[in-house]
Design a protein. Structure first.
Lengths: 124, 440, 154
C-alpha cells in the first residue's frame, strides 16, 4: 500500500503539522536503553526498529588499542544502538520533550528527525 | 612554581596529542606504525626532561612519584578490567594457546639473553644484582604492540580474524606480563649495604596481601560506584580514590602497584552492575590520554646515557624479537587456526603471508610501564638506564614495521589504493570488502 | 498516556491485614468491580490469579504489577494500592511487595495494555516516587501522589 506522508503542502516543500518524520536515535549508553524503550512505548512509539551499531571511535580504537586489547570484545564498550521509526511530527516532539526533561545530559541519546516525503509499507 | 608549570606543560602536551587535530594524522598507516608505541611521547619527555632542555629539573622528578603511581594504577586497572569471566569464557582456547606459547618462549629466550648480557654489562656486580633487570627485560618482552591498523593490507575475513588473534592473544600476554613482573620483581629487596636478597616466604606474603588489597578495593569500588551515579566527575573521584588506596598502599608496602590495581580491576570487572559498566567505559576511554601522559613522564625519567653496552643490549633484544617472536607466533597461530578464532563464519583460509604475522615483533607499550615501575621500586641509576634500554628496544622494533606499513599501502580511505587481493581467499565463500570502507 | 484517565480516587487503596497475595488481589478486585460493569469480582480475581500464577509480577524494588486482559471490557482500569504489611508474591530473591499497581484491560487492545504498563513502570521508577507512595497514609493522599507523579512525566 503506497502512501504519501502528508498533504499537498508537504509535497510543495513545506511540512504539515501531522506530517511523518523519520526519527533517528543513537543510544550509546546501554544502561539507559531500557528506560528509553519503556518511555517510547509509553509515548506511543510502538513501531521502532533497533539496530545494533558501533561508533566510529570504537572502530578506530579497536584497531589501535594500547593496553586494552580485549576491550573490543566487551559489548558495552563497543556497541551502541540506533533506533529508527517513522512517526508523526507530534509524537516525535513528545519524544524530544521526554529526552530533554527527563534524561540527564550525560544519558541523553543523539536524536534527529528527517522529513519523510513518500512511504510504503507503513501500518496505520 | 616550576614544578607546577612542568605538570601543566606535561598535561597540555598529552591532551594536545590526543585531540582531534592530531588524531587525523593517525589515518596514515605509517604514522600509526610510528606513534602507536608511544615513542613520540617518550621523545617529548626526553626533550623537556633534565637530560636535554631541562624544563623539568632533576629535583622535580622525585615529586612526580604520586603521578607515576596513579599512572601505573590506571594502566593496571585498565588491564585488569578486561578479565571479566564471561568475556574470558567466550574467548577461544586458541588465543590462550598463542599467548601461552609466547610467554613460555619469551621467558626462555629473553630471560637467558638478558641474564647473559646484563652479566657482561655489570661484570663486577654480584650475580643477584642482575635479577631486577632480567625480570624487567624478560617480562617486557612478553606480548607485543596491539595495534593492527598499520598492518592490515586488506579487509578480508581472514585478515580480520588474524588481527583479532593478534590483539586478543597480545592482551592475554599483557596480563601475564603484569602478573610476572609484579610477583618476581618484588620477590627481592635491597639490604642496607645495597646487596640484593631473595625472600621467597615474603614473596608469598606479598602475593597474599596484594590479593587481599585487591579484593578489598574491588568491594569498596563497587560500593562507591553505586553511590556515585553516572557523572564523569564522580567516576573520576571514585577512580582516584581507588587507585590511591590500592596502588598507593601497595607502593608504600613495597609491593607492585600495577599488579595490585590489575587484580582490583579484575575483581571489579566480575561484580555486576550498570554503574560498574559506566566506570569501565570511563577508564577505557581515557586510555590514550593516560598512555600519552605516562610516556612523557617515562621519557623524563629514563637515562639516555646507556653507553655501548646498553645500546648493544637493546639491539640484541630487538634482534631476538625479529628472529623469534614473529616465527613463534606464526607457528602457533597456524596450529590454532583450525580450533577457531572468533570472526565471521565459515572459517576463512589462513593467509600464507600477511604483514599481521610481523605484529609480534613490536614491543608492547606496557614495557615502558614496567620499566617505570622498576625505577619507582629500585630508585637506582641502573634502573633508569634499563628504562632507557626498554625504550630503545621499542624504537628499534618499530622501525621495520614502518617499512612493512609502507609496503601495505600508505594511505587509507581511498578506493584507488586497493591492494590486489591475496590468492589465499580463493574459496567460494570468501568475501572481500572494499579497502576504503574498512578504514573509515 | 496519562494514568488519571484510567485511575480514579476510588481505585486508590491502603491494604491492611491482607496477609496473602490472593487476599490482596481479592480486595483489589472488589474495588474495581463498580468501575467495570457486567463483570463480577470473582471473575476479576480469577483472572488476576491466573495471570500471576503464570509469571509473578513482583520486582526487586518491592512493587507488583498484577494485571489481566478480559474479553469485552470497554475500558482499562488501574488500581493503585500500598500494603501494610508487605505481601509475598512468591519470587525468590525479591522482597515482599508493598506497592501494587493492578490493571484490567480489554483483550482486544493488547498494545494499549502494554503501553499502560510502560507508563506505570516509568511513573514508579521516578526518583523518590515509591517512597512518596509508601508515605501516603490515606487513599486520597496515595491518589494525589500518583497523579502528581504522573503529571511530572511527559
Amino acid at each position: 500500500m503506497s502512501e504519501t506522508a502528508g498533504s499537498s503542502a508537504e509535497q510543495a516543500g513545506g511540512l504539515s503539522p501531522n506530517g511523518r518524520v523519520l526519527l533517528v536515535m543513537i543510544a550509546s549508553d546501554h544502561a539507559m536503553f531500557d528506560d528509553l524503550i519503556t518511555a517510547l512505548l509509553d509515548i506511543g512509539l510502538t513501531g521502532a526498529t533497533v539496530i545494533e551499531s558501533r561508533g566510529m571511535g570504537s572502530i578506530l580504537r579497536e584497531e589501535m588499542p594500547i593496553f586494552a586489547g580485549l576491550a573490543a570484545l566487551i559489548p558495552e564498550h563497543t556497541g551502541s544502538r540506533v533506533l529508527i521509526s517513522v512517526t508523526t511530527r507530534e509524537q516525535a516532539q513528545r519524544v524530544f520533550r521526554f529526552l530533554e526533561t527527563e534524561l540527564k545530559v550525560a544519558n541523553r541519546p543523539i536524536a534527529v528527525t528527517v522529513p519523510v516525503e513518500l512511504a510504503v509499507g507503513l501500518l496505520r | 612554581m616550576k614544578f607546577f608549570l612542568a605538570i601543566l606543560l606535561i598535561v597540555t602536551i598529552a591532551l594536545l596529542s590526543v585531540s582531534a587535530r592530531f588524531f587525523r594524522f593517525r589515518r596514515s598507516r605509517i604514522v600509526v606504525a610510528l606513534v602507536s608505541g608511544g615513542w613520540l611521547h617518550v621523545l617529548v619527555g626526553v626533550l623537556i626532561g633534565p637530560e636535554v632542555i631541562g624544563a623539568v629539573e632533576e629535583g622535580a622528578l622525585a615529586k612526580l612519584t604520586p603521578l607515576l603511581v596513579i599512572g601505573l594504577g590506571w594502566i593496571g586497572m585498565t588491564i585488569g578490567l578486561q578479565a571479566r569471566r564471561e568475556v574470558l569464557r567466550e574467548l577461544p582456547r586458541s588465543l590462550f594457546a598463542c599467548a601461552a606459547v609466547d610467554v613460555a618462549s619469551s621467558v626462555v629466550v629473553f630471560g637467558l639473553l638478558s641474564w647473559l648480557i646484563l652479566g657482561m654489562w655489570m661484570p663486577d656486580a654480584p650475580v643477584a644484582a642482575r635479577w631486577p633487570g632480567a625480570v624487567l627485560l624478560t617480562t617486557a618482552s612478553i606480548g607485543w604492540l596491539l595495534e593492527t591498523r598499520s598492518l592490515r593490507a586488506s579487509s578480508t575475513p581472514a585478515a580480520a580474524r588474524l588481527a583479532l588473534c593478534v590483539r586478543g592473544s597480545g592482551a592475554l600476554c599483557a596480563m601475564a606480563a603484569v602478573l610476572g613482573f609484579g610477583l618476581l620483581a618484588h620477590a627481592s629487596s635491597r639490604g642496607p649495604d645495597g646487596a640484593l636478597s631473595f625472600h621467597w616466604g615474603d614473596a608469598v606474603v606479598m602475593a597474599s596481601v596484594t590479593a587481599l588489597l585487591a579484593v578489598m578495593a574491588g568491594l569498596i569500588g563497587r560500593f562507591a560506584l553505586r553511590l556515585a551515579g553516572g557523572d564523569r566527575s564522580e567516576l573520576l573521584l571514585v577512580f582516584l580514590g581507588l587507585v590511591a588506596l590500592v596502588a598507593g598502599s601497595a607502593t608504600s608496602l613495597g609491593y607492585s602497584p600495577m599488579l595490585a590495581s590489575a587484580l582490583a580491576g579484575a575483581v571489579m570487572a566480575n561484580l555486576a552492575g550498570p554503574a560498574l559498566r559506566r566506570f569501565e567505559r570511563f577508564i577505557l576511554q581515557a586510555e590514550y590520554v593516560v598512555a600519552s601522559l605516562f610516556s612523557i613522564l617515562a621519557g623524563m625519567l629514563l637515562d639516555v646515557h646507556i653507553g655501548l653496552a646498553g645500546v648493544g643490549l637493546a639491539a640484541a633484544l630487538a634482534g631476538a624479537r625479529l628472529l623469534v617472536k614473529a616465527p613463534v607466533f606464526a607457528f602457533s597461530a597456524r596450529r590454532q587456526w583450525e580450533r577457531g578464532i572468533p570472526g565471521p563464519a565459515p572459517a576463512p583460509t589462513l593467509p600464507e603471508s600477511s604483514p599481521l604475522f610481523l605484529a609480534p615483533i613490536r614491543q608492547a607499550p606496557l614495557a615502558i610501564a614496567l620499566g617505570v615501575a622498576l625505577v619507582l621500586s629500585e630508585a637506582s641509576p641502573m634502573a633508569r638506564k634499563l628504562l632507557g634500554v626498554v625504550v630503545l628496544t621499542g624504537v628499534l622494533t618499530s622501525a621495520p614495521m614502518v617499512i612493512a606499513a609502507m609496503r601495505t599501502g600508505a594511505r587509507t580511505g581511498r578506493a584507488d589504493d586497493r591492494e590486489p587481493e591475496p590468492a589465499q581467499d580463493a574459496s567460494p565463500g570468501a568475501e572481500s570488502a572494499p579497502e576504503g570502507g574498512a578504514d573509515r | 498516556m496519562r494514568l488519571e484517565q484510567f485511575c480514579k480516587p476510588e481505585l486508590a487503596l491502603i491494604l491492611k491485614g491482607a496477609r496473602t497475595r490472593d487476599a490482596a488481589l481479592e480486595q483489589i478486585a472488589q474495588a474495581a468491580v463498580p468501575m467495570i460493569p457486567d463483570v463480577d469480582a470473582d471473575r476479576l480475581l480469577a483472572s488476576l490469579i491466573e495471570r500471576e500464577s503464570k509469571t509473578p509480577t513482583s520486582t526487586p524494588e518491592g512493587v507488583a504489577f498484577p494485571h489481566a486482559l478480559l474479553p469485552g471490557l470497554e475500558q482499562t482500569i488501574v488500581v493503585v494500592a500500598t500494603a501494610k504489611p508487605a505481601i509475598n508474591f512468591g519470587v525468590k530473591g525479591h522482597p515482599e511487595s508493598d506497592v501494587l499497581f493492578a490493571m484490567f484491560g480489554p483483550e482486544e487492545r493488547p498494545w494499549d495494555h502494554v503501553r499502560l504498563l510502560a507508563r506505570i513502570a516509568r511513573v514508579a521508577r521516578g526518583p523518590g516516587a515509591l517512597d512518596r507512595f509508601r508515605a501516603a497514609s490515606t487513599p486520597a493522599a496515595l491518589y494525589e501522589a500518583l497523579i502528581a507523579e504522573d503529571r511530572s512525566h511527559v
